[in-house]
Design a protein around this ligand. Structure first.
Ligand code: ADP
Ligand code: MG
Length: 355
C-alpha cells in the first residue's frame, strides 16, 4: 500500500523536464561516455524548490544510468546524489544522435578526490563534517577520528547500494561527492553499476572500470555463470548468484584502497597508488607482507599511515586488511565493516550523531 501511495505521489507531484527547461552552466567533467555540466532551470517550477542542478548528457550507457538512479532514488536515496529526472533526448539530425539527459541536485563543489589533493586533508573535511569543535590537538589521533567518520559515511552509503542489490563497480574518490546539505559523502556515477537482482547490466563491462581502483578479479561474477539471462531468469537466480560470488566485495576492495589513501599521505597521488598496486601484486596481495617490505625504510609520509592505523592496538590496520584481500569471499561486507570495532572506540564522543 505504501508503495502504491508513493508511486501515486511521484506521478502527480514529481516534476518532469524537457530540454528547454534546462540552462547549461560550466562543465564539471567529461568522460568517455558523457559530459557533465552544472545547470539550472530556465524558469522555476512552482511546486518544487531545486536550486542548482547537475546535467549529464550521456551516450550509450545513459539508459542504464537512468534506471539505476531511479532505483536508488526509491530504495536507498541517501546513498547517492539526489536524482531529479532522466529522459531520452532525440536530436533531429538522423539516427545515432540519441542522447540521454540525466538531472541531479547539485550536491556541492567537492569530491573526495579534490579534498584529498589538499595538503590540509583530512582537516579540510573535518570542518565540513563536524564543524570546528574539536577537543584534540592536531595529530594522528585527530586525523584518525576524521578518517573514521568519512569511512563510516562511505560504508553506510555503500551498504545502502549493496542491500538494494546494486554493485557500483567504479568506487573511487572522483565518484564520491561531498553533499553540503547532508554534511556527508554520497556516491555518484552509476554508469558502470550492475543490478544483480533484475539482471540490468548483468555482464560486467570491464573496460568501463578504472584500473587504479579495481579488485584483482577481472570479472565480478564468475565466468561460469550464465551470460545475459533474460530479466525473469535473472530475478529467479540472482540472489543465489549473489551469495555464490559476493560481487559486492568488488566495491569493498576499491573502498579499502580509498581508506588506505586517506591514512597514507604518500599514497594519494596516481603514480604512488599505481606503484602500490604493483608492489601489492608482487607480494601476492598480502598487505602484511607489503608492510614488512616498505616499513623499515618508510619516509615520514608513509610512516604516518601506519601510525594512524596502529592506534588502539591496530584496529584500523585490522579493518584495512579485511577489506583489501585477494579473495573476494575473504573480504568483509559493508554491513560487517560498519560493525567493526574500529568504529566503536571509546572517546568517539559526538561523532555518532553523524549517522
Ligand atoms: P563521469 O562519467 O564524467 O565520471 P560523473 O557522474 O562522475 O561523470 O560526474 C563528473 C563530475 O561532476 C564529478 O566528478 C563531480 O565533480 C561532478 N558531479 C557529478 N554529479 C554531481 C552532483 N550531483 N553534485 C555536484 N557535482 C556533481
Ligand atoms: Mg565519474
Amino acid at each position: 500500500f505504501d508503495m502504491f501511495v508513493l508511486a501515486f505521489w511521484e506521478r502527480v507531484f514529481r516534476p518532469s523536464f524537457r530540454k528547454d527547461d534546462i540552462v547549461l552552466g560550466k562543465k564539471l567533467g567529461e568522460g568517455a561516455f558523457g559530459i557533465v555540466y552544472k545547470a539550472s532551470l530556465s524558469k522555476p517550477k512552482p511546486a518544487v524548490k531545486l536550486g542548482d542542478l547537475v546535467l549529464k548528457k550521456a551516450t550509450e550507457y545513459g539508459a542504464v544510468e537512468i534506471w539505476m538512479n531511479e532505483r536508488v532514488h526509491r530504495a536507498c536515496a541517501s546513498s547517492c546524489a539526489d536524482f531529479v529526472y532522466g529522459f531520452l533526448e532525440s536530436k533531429s539530425k538522423g539516427k545515432g544522435a540519441e542522447e540521454y539527459w540525466l538531472i541531479w541536485r547539485f550536491e556541492g563543489e567537492e569530491t573526495l578526490f579534490g579534498l584529498m589533493q589538499s595538503k590540509e586533508f583530512p582537516y579540510n573535511v573535518e570542518t565540513k563534517i563536524l564543524g570546528d569543535v574539536q577537543d584534540l590537538p592536531k595529530g594522528v589521533e585527530r586525523e584518525n577520528r576524521i578518517i573514521q567518520t568519512v569511512l563510516r559515511q562511505l560504508l553506510f552509503a555503500l551498504d545502502g547500494l549493496h542491500s538494494t542489490g546494486i554493485v557500483h563497480r567504479d568506487i573511487k574518490p572522483q565518484n564520491l561527492i561531498f553533499s553540503e546539505a547532508a554534511r556527508s559523502f554520497k556516491i555518484i556515477d552509476l554508469g558502470a553499476a550492475a543490478d544483480l537482482r533484475v539482471g540490468i547490466n548483468y555482464i560486467p563491462k570491464e573496460f568501463l572500470l578504472d584500473p587504479r581502483y579495481t579488485a584483482p578479479e577481472q570479472y565480478i561474477m564468475s565466468t561460469q555463470t550464465p551470460s545475459a539471462p533474460s530479466a525473469p531468469v535473472a530475478t529467479a537466480l540472482s540472489p543465489v548468484l549473489w551469495q555464490m560470488n559476493l560481487p559486492d566485495r568488488f566495491d569493498i576492495y576499491s573502498l579499502g584502497l580509498i581508506f588506505l589513501q586517506m591514512a597514507f599521505p604518500a599514497l594519494r597521488t596516481d603514480s604512488s597508488l599505481i606503484q602500490f598496486n604493483r608492489q601489492l601484486k608482487r607480494v601476492g596481495y598480502d598487505l602484511d607482507a607489503w608492510r614488512r617490505t616498505v616499513e623499515p625504510r618508510a619516509a615520514p609520509d608513509l610512516r604516518k599511515g601506519f601510525e594512524i592505523l596502529d592506534l588502539d592496538n591496530g584496529i584500523g590496520w585490522e579493518l584495512l586488511t579485511s577489506m583489501i584481500r585477494y579473495k573476494a569471499r575473504q573480504r568483509v561486507s559493508a554491513k560487517a565493516a560498519l560493525a567493526h570495532p574500529y568504529f566503536n572506540r571509546e572517546g568517539l564522543l559526538g561523532l555518532s550523531v553523524m549517522q
